[in-house]
Design a protein around this ligand. Structure first.
Ligand SMILES: Nc1nc2c(c(=O)[nH]1)N[C@H]1C(S)=C(S)[C@@H](COP(=O)(O)O)O[C@H]1N2
Ligand SMILES: [Mo]
Length: 505
């Protein structure tokens, strides 16, 4: 069983290396994982996010590896028990099903199954080799004469063999298309300077979080910004090859290169983006200063035909998000190329992504965007809509307590209760706190960057010993109080008041 498991790992390794030979091929683990993500029902996705947060894909890869190793163990057991054909079936079925997941990818060529074939063949060869060795060993152990007759494999020879296999693997990795393109793209990303905004925003105000430990910073660092997408590995895009087309129900289709996009008038936008899967009090939200060009200008230039009611953006890895054309109502919807003063990071959509203030990411914020189509909702739908999520996704008003944390022990000395609140696109006008059912207290508010950016809030607090239940609610500029009604994240975003319990001692 152990030898079978190792043989499968050898196969997976060989598949990883083979996938590197062509930049458009994906590794077997990537193909299988992407396919699982694409067929998983929305409750499965929500469950994964609630269990693993935005590390869900790491766990998916782990589960795939464990399953593959288990299958290898079974195959190995049968092989050594003399039932070789069962091992062939197990590996064969794995290879055929796996190849099917590769072919199911959008724009896949038939040759993209080569890494799977290499993987399956290598696993079987490794199993055969191990079985042969084990067989020899047993003869050697039981038979002195054969032992004497068998050629000695010296330690040096074994080392040379292993070393050259590793060397060959490393050589293929380094010379293969995959690593080469990845490295070149990374260099180009750094080498092409990000232009300044034609209409820059004022410099950011001082961040109140500097004086309040535990409070979210006004702007979320790119490195700490949550990441949610269906891609196991972010697409590797060469900015020189990349094109963005504005097509569909338009009379003047447009295609833009990266340079053309960068040379358009660029503006800055402070905007909080949230995932629809963010539970009340959850972490799948961040605030950034985005740099990009106006989407409404581009759409106007493309001249939409009457009857078009949806802007459907998509990326080559099969993701699509659609929102109403009527949402281009003057708000700062953009094709973003920069994030917090840096070129858009690869994991956040380099070279370009869509940002539409006030809408959840799943209906608007396509990363690695290559196509923007004017369509009808009745004819085409975004990726998550057929999986049970709502067609429209305005971000709901919410507030979150960052500090203290739920369940924490708190010393009875002066401190702060603090957090963030958002209410696109009206903006936040107040945040209130209630402790153990006593009257609501007004929190202080931090700077307001825009109507769709979150606002920090805090309340100095000198707690007395005992258990404290703390509840927060926001009020928007129209005077509406954040709804208390508890709603699950599906189908259109969570609602309800965030409540924590702490022990003061
Ligand atoms: N290409 C692509 N774009 C995508 C997604 C995706 O799966 N693929 N997910 C969307 C969702 S659901 C969200 S919440 C945001 C998250 O953006 P971030 O990872 O930059 O935070 O990206 C959106 N854009
Ligand atoms: Mo999302």
């Amino acid at each position: 069983m152990v030898l079978g498991a190792i043989a499968i790992l050898v196969g997976i390794f060989a598949g990883e290396i083979a996938s590197n030979l062509h930049s458009a091929w994906h590794t077997p683990v990537d193909s299988l994982g992407s396919w699982i993500i694409s067929v998983i029902p929305h409750w499965g996705e929500s469950l994964a996010i609630s269990l693993f947060g935005d590390h869900d894909k790491g766990y998916l890869v782990a589960i795939i590896l464990i399953a593959a190793v288990a299958a290898g163990a079974i195959a190995g057991k049968y092989w050594l028990a003399g039932k070789k054909q069962i091992a062939f079936y197990v590996v064969g079925i794995e290879t055929v099903c796996g190849s099917a997941t590769t072919l199911a990818r959008p724009h896949s060529s038939v040759f993209a199954v080569i890494p799977w074939l290499v993987s399956g063949a290598s696993a079987l060869l490794a199993m055969k080799f191990f079985a042969q060795r084990k067989h020899d060993r047993e003869i050697v152990d039981t038979n002195e004469e054969v032992s004497a007759a068998l050629p000695e494999v010296s330690r040096r020879q074994a080392l040379a063999l292993g070393g050259s296999a590793l060397g060959l693997g490393a050589f293929m990795l380094l010379t293969g298309q995959g690593v080469k393109t990845r490295t070149l793209n990374a260099i180009k990303r750094l080498a092409i300077p990000l232009p300044k905004a034609t209409t820059p925003l004022p410099a950011l105000p001082a961040d109140p979080a500097a004086g309040i430990p535990g409070l979210s910073s006004l702007i979320t660092d790119n490195a700490n910004f949550y990441q949610i997408d269906t891609a196991i590995n972010a697409p590797e895009i060469d900015p020189e090859q990349w094109r963005l087309s504005i097509t569909g129900m338009v009379s003047n289709p447009i295609t833009l290169t990266y340079q053309e996009l960068l040379s358009r008038p660029l503006f800055e936008l402070d905007d909080t983006m949230s995932c629809v899967s963010n539970p009340v009090g959850g972490p799948l939200i961040g605030n950034a200063r985005w740099l990009g060009c106006r989407l409404d200008d581009l759409i106007r230039e493309a001249k939409p035909l009457s009857g078009a009611d949806q802007i459907l953006s998509s990326s080559d890895d099969g993701f699509a998000a659609g929102f109403p054309l009527s949402a281009l109502d003057g708000r700062g919807a953009m094709i973003a190329v920069g994030m917090n003063g840096q070129t858009l990071p690869v994991k956040h959509g380099y070279p370009a992504r869509v940002i539409v203030p006030g809408l959840y990411g799943y209906v608007s914020a396509t990363k690695w965007v290559t196509k923007i189509e004017l369509t009808k909702f009745a004819q085409q739908q975004g990726f998550w809509i057929s999986r049970g999520w709502s067609q429209l996704g305005p971000i709901k008003m919410e507030s979150r307590i960052d500090t203290p944390q739920d369940g924490a022990g708190v010393k009875s000395e002066p401190t702060y209760i603090a957090g963030v609140a958002w209410a696109p696109d009206a903006g936040i006008s107040g945040v209130q706190l209630q402790i153990n059912g006593e009257p609501w207290m007004d929190a202080q508010l931090g700077p307001e960057l825009s109507g769709t950016s979150w606002r920090q809030w805090w309340l100095p607090w000198s707690p007395t010993p005992g258990q404290k239940k703390i509840t927060v609610r926001a009020i928007d500029k129209s005077g509406s109080i954040q709804p208390q009604t508890i709603a699950d994240v599906a189908p259109n975003g969570a609602s309800g008041w965030h409540q924590i319990v702490v022990d003061v001692n």
